[in-house]
Design a protein around this ligand. Structure first.
Ligand code: FES
Length: 109
């Protein structure tokens, strides 16, 4: 059984940008790539710190990768894998997204 949490701004999120939300006292990053919405726990696997406290800083300059501002690790927005940085080979923890009647929800077990 999942708890559904509406992400009000997800559908209008521009391509290549991210927003951060707090649900049940956990922080998540939401990003849209090629029309698909992805969600990850906002915790870098390097030192278990939030990638960013500000949504504007969660992506690299081109908007292609999620970026940890602590030591510069870059993560694929499509699967959360670290492609370069001190935690290369590890991944962000993906969260489940559901779309119901055009609304986007974060689904937490
Ligand atoms: S805490 Fe994220 S790269 Fe070091």
């Amino acid at each position: 059984m999942f708890n559904q949490h509406l992400i009000p701004d997800a559908q209008s999120l521009p391509e290549g940008q991210a927003l951060s939300i707090t649900v049940e006292q956990n922080d998540f990053l939401i990003t849209k790539q090629q029309g698909q919405i992805f969600a990850y726990e906002n915790l870098c696997p390097h030192q278990n710190k939030p990638l960013s406290c500000q949504k504007e800083c969660a992506l690299d300059e081109e908007g292609d990768y999620l970026k940890c501002h602590h030591h510069g690790a870059l993560f694929s927005p499509k699967d959360g894998s670290c492609i370069t940085g001190p935690c290369q080979g590890s991944s962000l923890k993906r969260a489940t997204i559901g779309i119901v009647e055009g609304n986007c929800y974060l689904l937490l077990a």
